[in-house]
Design a protein around this ligand. Structure first.
Ligand code: IMP
Length: 501
């Protein structure tokens, strides 16, 4: 089936990730944004997402603007929906980048109801992670959790408050009162506070006040003078626009993060603070899930995870987690120290490193090395229940030359007796269902099926039939064990390296 056949009669498409984020959905989004969509909308997360786009040999890393922004001059509308937590500092910077590169943003629309990220959100996010020691969530430090918390606690500011200085000042005073209480209770030393505040996203320390912790007038000045003026022309009621556009134009909903990081359905507490499922995404742009006619659930041919939290199929297990949490193990270090290690290395930690180097698995936002592991179909079966059965496989080519690969189909519980819903888990209990409770997931041993790899490079192949037999078997195996249906795969970094079937 071609892309055109897949999309025949469809007006609203969602692209979401079925793993822990970073599955390469950006490429599918880019292709759809360019070839099909009239409107491209984001509805969840914020500047914790990172998306690299190469256009005419120039590389852009965006965190907030939707992926269709480079097609603005063709009249495509890019929407930042009400479910997004919007850091104006990041967005203003992205708009300047686009400006300098000669791209227009005339059709960008920012929801007046998007949640506003304020300096105290970034400060609290960083301070909490600093305090934690062990058991860190390993957040991106972009203030995402505290921003959503203010929203749920019914005190948060929204983008519309940028348009009304008096309201902004009043509401800011209230949220800062609360933030001061929490920050004071942490009893951080002055040098630590300085370090936390001294960050480019916090105007390099200008928001810090040694007595009051937050310099309110400095925050108001920056938000009103630097951000409100720049963003005001783009702010509008995007929810009404989206609802009015359904059925009339081609709408692409661009997911962020992944189902397993969902605050509602993910591996709590090691999750982000939004719901990246198709449900959360639709809601975040002001639509209903049933408005989405086609949902593509992205599945990478292997798994990655950034930050803390259980990862049953991780290559190298705990050793890998510790290794990846050392941020000096970055791309440059691994390239020079480990480039000789083959994908078929005997040692699992090394194999994971080889996979990371080949798959370029380093965070676009934080540059952190991503933990790598085998494809987990217990987790995928679970994700399919939320995002639907239609799947798209990415980075299959990264596994080219892998003699054999393991795929997890079931877990064996290894922990102490523990009630999980209606089941008393005992050591040796077999689990077909994905347990989102991290204290269960930390105690499971993955049960693997070993599949034969393929030796031929898949990169230039243009049809499903021409793929190596072993890759076709891999695709069918994933479908059978996830109750999903694969509609295509990507077999290389370029936009052309994509097959629909
Ligand atoms: P936060 O979203 O910054 O609060 O981070 C919470 C958790 O989600 C951490 O484990 C992050 O590493 C993870 N996370 C957030 N955004 C992304 C993403 O875009 N890709 C992968 N992991 C992410």
């Amino acid at each position: 089936m071609s892309l055109n056949e897949l999309l025949a009669g469809v007006r609203v498409v969602g692209v979401v990730c079925n793993q822990w984020g970073d599955t390469g959905k950006g490429k599918v989004v880019d292709v759809l944004a360019e070839k099909w969509a009239d409107v491209i909308a984001r509805g969840t997360g914020g500047a914790n997402a990172g998306h690299t786009i190469v256009c005419d040999g120039r590389e852009f890393i965006f965190h907030l603007v939707p992926s269709g922004i480079l097609h603005d001059s063709k009249g495509k509308v890019n929407v930042i929906g009400e479910g997004v937590v919007l850091d104006p500092c990041t967005l203003v910077d992205e708009l300047s980048q686009l400006d300098r590169a000669g791209f227009s943003c005339d059709n960008l629309r920012i929801s007046h109801e998007a949640k506003l990220v304020l300096p105290h959100h970034l400060v609290l996010d960083r301070a909490r992670e600093f305090k934690k020691g062990t058991g860190k969530i390993g957040t991106t430090g972009r203030g995402i959790g505290p921003a959503y918390e203010d929203h749920v606690a019914r005190r948060g500011l929204v983008v519309n408050d940028l348009l009304n200085q008096d309201a902004f000042v009043k509401k800011l005073a209230k949220v800062l009162e609360n933030a001061r209480l929490e920050l004071r209770a942490m009893e951080l030393d002055e040098p630590v506070l300085h370090e936390i505040f001294n960050h480019p996203l916090l105007s390099n320390g200008t928001f810090y006040h040694s007595g009051k912790l937050f310099d309110e007038p400095a925050i108001v000045r920056t938000y009103m003078e630097d951000y409100a003026k720049r963003l005001a022309p783009f702010i509008s009621d995007t929810g009404s626009f989206m609802r009015g556009t359904v059925g009339k134009k081609n709408i692409l909903l661009e997911g962020a993060q992944g189902l397993l990081l969902s605050v509602d359905h993910g591996t709590r507490p090691y999750v982000t603070s939004s719901d990246p499922s198709i449900n959360g995404l639709a809601k975040g742009v002001g639509l209903r899930e049933r408005d989405v006619q086609l949902c593509l659930g992205i599945v990478k041919a292997y798994m990655t995870r950034v930050g803390g939290g259980p990862f049953p199929t991780e290559l190298g297990g705990k050793e890998s987690e510790g290794y990846c949490n050392d941020h000096s193990h970055n791309k440059e270090f691994e390239r020079s120290a480990y480039s000789h290690v083959p994908l078929n290395a005997q040692n699992d930690l090394e194999r994971g490193i080889a996979l990371r180097i080949k798959g370029q698995e380093y965070g676009a936002t934080t540059k952190r090395p991503r933990r790598t592991g085998w494809l987990d179909l217990v987790a995928l079966r679970y994700a399919v229940q939320f995002n639907g059965p239609l799947l798209f496989l990415t980075k299959a080519d990264v596994l080219d030359g892998c003699e054999e690969m393991r795929v997890c189909t079931q877990y064996s519980y290894t922990g102490p007796d523990y009630w999980y819903g209606e089941t008393l888990l005992k050591s040796g209990t077999l689990l077909d269902r994905f347990p989102v409770d991290s204290s269960v997931l930390e105690h499971v041993q993955p049960l693997y099926t070993t599949l034969k790899g393929w030796n031929t490079p898949t990169h230039s192949i243009k049809s499903f039939d021409s793929l190596p037999r072993e890759l076709k078997e891999f695709v069918r195996f994933v479908e059978t064990h996830s109750q999903g249906k694969m509609c295509g795969l990507s077999n290389g970094p370029d936009r052309e390296d994509i097959i629909f079937f």
